[in-house]
Design a protein around this ligand. Sequence first.
Ligand code: TYM
Length: 334
Amino acid sequence: MSKKKLVFSGVQPTGNLHLGNYLGALRNFVSLQKDMDCIYCVVDLHAITTFQNPDELRKNVFETVASFIATGLDPDNSIIFNQSSVSGHAELAWILNCVSRIGWLNRMTQFKDKAGSDKEKASVGLYIYPNLMAADILLYKATHVPVGADQKQHLELSRDIAQKFNNDFKCKDFFPLPEPLIPKNVSRVMSLRDGTKKMSKSEESDYSRINLRDTADDITKKVKKAKSDSEQIPDNIKSLEKKPEALNLINIYSEISKNTLDNVLIEMSGKEYSYLKTKLAELLVSEITPVGKEIEKLLKDRSHLEQILKKGREKANIIAEENLKNIREKVGLI
Ligand code: TYM
């Protein structure tokens, strides 16, 4: 780890990753590894804040690593490991639990969404999850964090925690304040069935999302069935403001075709959405199905994936232990 800028990000191993994870996070992970030191973590301790079947969890950790590699992460270049294998995450999380404030956690909208109407029954882990996320980032003194828009509030909390730690322990600039790196048009890829909800692993209908392991046939069917609009495609974005499903398809098309929204509207205006869907399905098939095939291939060689995790854990642990030594000293722990 030589350069000063350091990227950290995490993905939960809760099953099939989807187009939202891909456009919101993974594609950025891959492009960042060219210019910066990067650490990418499969955050299994975050996953268990809601109950996970242990066998499924193990399987999902390997599937997430395979997805990292299949999208283009290079384990010789980036550090790739699972969170629970570096115990410093849990240790720093405890210290930060004592720095973070209950009032700050009470403002976290994702907890409110995930806990639903019966907060009393949510795990304590789910409630303090943003403190663990701050620990993930600060354990490595990461400066940049590529995430989708749904993680923005957690990132702001991480900055607040870093700042309070630096103030409380009178060590200005000890923790850098991590910068979120959020993609512009696809910061929140929406469900294909309901453009007001984000695409997610937890939505019941599989037609709401494109999974990285979907076949060409699945992708084409899902795009065809996606909600859009009965009117023709307009020539300006403003007209799509009240049509979230149509706007979502245009945003995804713009991103996948690597074309600006203005150019997409020039290409598409006056056409039916069925035309856009045909083109979009073709592009998605050519970008996503090779990733899916590579995931399948990688999953057949578990020992290769174990090796990647082992190497990543060793490298991560060296940085974590070095930083923890200083953190313990600042706090007064012997
Ligand atoms: P997770 O596992 O829910 O999602 C992984 C990444 O995918 C992004 N994402 C999306 N982006 C755009 N549109 C969507 N529909 C969409 N759905 C998911 C997420 O924003 C995320 O970047 N708490 C985090 C994991 C985490 C973490 C960290 C991230 C733990 N520690 C430290 C950064 C730094 C989470 O649950 O992501």
